[in-house]
Design a protein around this ligand. Sequence first.
Ligand code: MN
Ligand code: MN
Length: 286
Amino acid sequence: MLKSRWQLFAIAALLIAVVVGIILFLNRPQTPIGTQPLLPSPVTNVHLTMGIPSEATSNVANADDFLIADNSRPYAISYNNSKHIPNWSSWQLNKTWLGTVPRANDFRQDTTLPKGWYQVKSSDYNGSGYDRGHMTPSADRTRDAQTNSATFLMTNIVPQTPDNNRDVWEGLESESRRLVNTGKELYIIAGGAGEKGTIGTQKISIPASTWKVIVVMDKPNSKASDVTEKTRVIAIDVPNIQGIKDKTWRDYRVSVDALEQQTGYDFLSNVPEVIQTAIESKIDQS
Ligand code: MN
Ligand code: MN
């Protein structure tokens, strides 16, 4: 029975292949999360755990999507050298960042920008009617004076109306810290969308709205691979106008999908695609 002998051989070969396959799978090299070669050098940055939403790189030629993610800075940003504001700022927030140091209030030029680039001054906002609006907030960085002071670099600042900044926007900032004080860890990314005008001779762009995406993790040191379909994601898009004092951040909740459409970014790009699809279509209801 030559035919069945060949069949037996084929089955045996298949079994050996499966066993070898299982052994190879179990012994596969483990690539630590965060060190995967998704992007060039400064990518092992805790503030970019959930991914880089734009094509930002630290190449000087990429002046309108310029990545600043050195580990001495307690957040990561993409800076826009045409708009003179960050495109986005991204940061981890857990209890280790919170302490009791007072607000440094030392708004100042970012002298680390590439040679020849305009360095926005605090005084550029004088008389504009717009607040110097933190993206990574001062109150999220209170563990020591140096860390707090880093939030006052003008590359972390966009023009926000007082009603946006001090009421609606501040409300979600406070809620974020409340969540952290219950043990949560947040991965936050915030920026401006559109343009409703400019400030001063240097034409600092005034965003038409300010948006934010918050991934709420159950415990500190979470990874993108810990995000599940049940992970809470809060996304807002707040008009950068006056007259919204009686509103709260809850009134401006949107889906991450809507923000991705609006900005052209891909948020949470380090999260598996199938989970992104599930969590990015929802609007927070809590
Ligand atoms: Mn603010
Ligand atoms: Mn996405």
